[in-house]
Design a protein around this ligand. Sequence first.
Ligand code: ATP
Length: 396
Amino acid sequence: MSQQPQIDIELRNVVKEFTGRSGEFQTRAVDHVSLTIERGEFFSLLGPSGCGKTTTLRMIAGFEAASSGEILLRGKAVQDVPPFHRPVNTVFQDYALFPHMTALQNVMFGLEMENNIPRPEIRRRAEEALEMVRMTPSQFHRKPRQFSGGQQQRIALARALVKRPAVLLLDEPLGALDLKLRKEMQYELITMQNDLGITFIYVTHDQEEALTMSDRIAVMNLGKVLQVGSPEEIYETPNSRFVADFIGETNFLMGTVESHEGICATVRLDESTPIRASYRSEEALTNGQQVTVAIRPEKINIFAAEGSVKHDDGTSDEATAYREKLLRDPDIVMVEGRVEYANYIGTDTRYTIGFGNGQKLVMREQNFGLRNDTYYEVGSRVFIFWDYETARVLTH
Ligand code: ATP
């Protein structure tokens, strides 16, 4: 029998409206959000500035009250439970350390607020938490200003972990760090979360950070959750133009549905260019409907329309024969085009290909061999192709 996942946090139709001094409506920061977060998950709230991530986190922490809807922590409704009695702890972007206290005193402070813990026990647990975030005993007695940004963030983490919360809420905790340190801390956070088994809810506007770290991601915009899924689901099968655009780089082609069956739709981009793309079966497409087709640059392949095509395994094909061979595969979509721009960016070359009646696609070709072996001249005739399943029909 498969085990039911245990639910740590549930948001049911949560709304948060902010009002002005005299009670007038100002903004709806969170708009009917429903989420279920499982025990031990690394769950990220991802979205642009102002989309309601922090407000959602603050409602879970208890710093803000929901205007309507319900928040449950481990099955219990918490609207009347004050922040310090909730089994959650928050790590803020600005660390919020007390400047006059040492690292150890900062970490001990949280436990001192709790009744009935003997002082030696407080000290032991605080030292343990600092060791957990890789601080050495010689650093315990330094004040925050004597630490780097990354070290201060570790102390803030230790202060949150010392209370052994069921859920740790992290609000852009790495936002103030430089890129290299941020990458190191990302790795450390994932390792720590795996070791401790604590549920992490992580707020970020950095899509790469969310993809790297999360078990699941909720993509938010204008107070709403648009899609919840694993990094792969969000990246490979975005459910809307916003999600496809926000995560990674995407080409959007506008067209009209000509026919559709199963998960394959034929979309006419212009008089001369029908292409096939996949769509979610729950989406009720109709013929004649205006849609967007989203294709990631790295899913598109290229070869020169004339001459021979060199393959990675050292073999080669004459271009026409190669084209015919590919077209025997019913999953392949191919169009003929012309290279409009080529940008060499080291690992890849980025090509803009013009095709059809004024259509354009950006694609990336990884530079496996020497540049001259794989380079397509601006103005040259090429074929580009992709598997229809990697192109998605989006209706909104
Ligand atoms: P960021 O990444 O910039 O922190 P965010 O996604 O976390 O953004 P929130 O801070 O949750 O977004 O804000 C959501 C919306 O609610 C914004 O329009 C913001 O201006 C508004 N807002 C947040 N707090 C308040 C407040 N106390 N009073 C009025 N409006 C607020």
